[in-house]
Ligand binder design. Structure first.
Ligand code: ZN
Length: 160
């Protein structure tokens, strides 16, 4: 598919609500059905460098940061998308298009479902265990690639 055919068309932001989640803290739910492929909501917020984010949130365990593909910047989330929890068997995916991050439905989603996407974390210093409850939960918010890398490097790895 070409990039043009993929142009973001948000359709259902008005049906999103934030309430307490069984996965973690608060989550984002849809009150209306969503069709596979829908650009549900943009991950909005200030774009800052990773260094700025580290300074800003040094002592905060809960942050709403989204790492951009360049590996040097993050979005400091300020919208409902920031409340979407991780799942190892998600109903959405995140996609960066021209510097904008979109949450897109990867299957049809029923009214009342909690929206989730796979965080695929990398390069963190924390353990970030997963409690998504999916049958194929991999037990961590880190990506498979990151866990393989860690296994190879062994327990002696120092955070940079
Ligand atoms: Zn999981």
């Amino acid at each position: 598919m070409s990039a043009a055919a993929n142009a973001p068309r948000p359709t259902s932001t008005m049906h999103l609500i934030v309430r307490s989640s069984r996965i973690h803290s608060r989550g984002c739910y849809t009150t209306a059905p969503i069709t596979e492929g829908t650009f549900i909501v943009q991950y909005t917020g200030e774009q800052i460098t990773c260094d700025e984010a580290n300074e800003r949130y040094e002592d905060h365990p809960d942050t709403y940061l989204f790492g951009l593909d360049d590996g040097a910047h993050v979005i400091d989330g300020d919208g409902v998308a920031a409340f979407i929890n991780h799942s190892c068997d998600p109903n959405c995916e995140s996609d960066e298009i021209d510097g904008q991050v979109w949450i897109i439905a990867v299957r049809d989603i029923e009214a009342g479902e909690e929206l989730t996407y796979d965080y695929c974390l990398y390069d963190g210093d924390d353990e970030s265990p997963c409690s998504c409850g999916a049958d194929r939960c991999r037990g961590t918010l880190y990506s498979d690639e990151e866990m393989e890398k860690r296994a190879k490097e062994g327990p002696g790895r120092k955070p940079d």
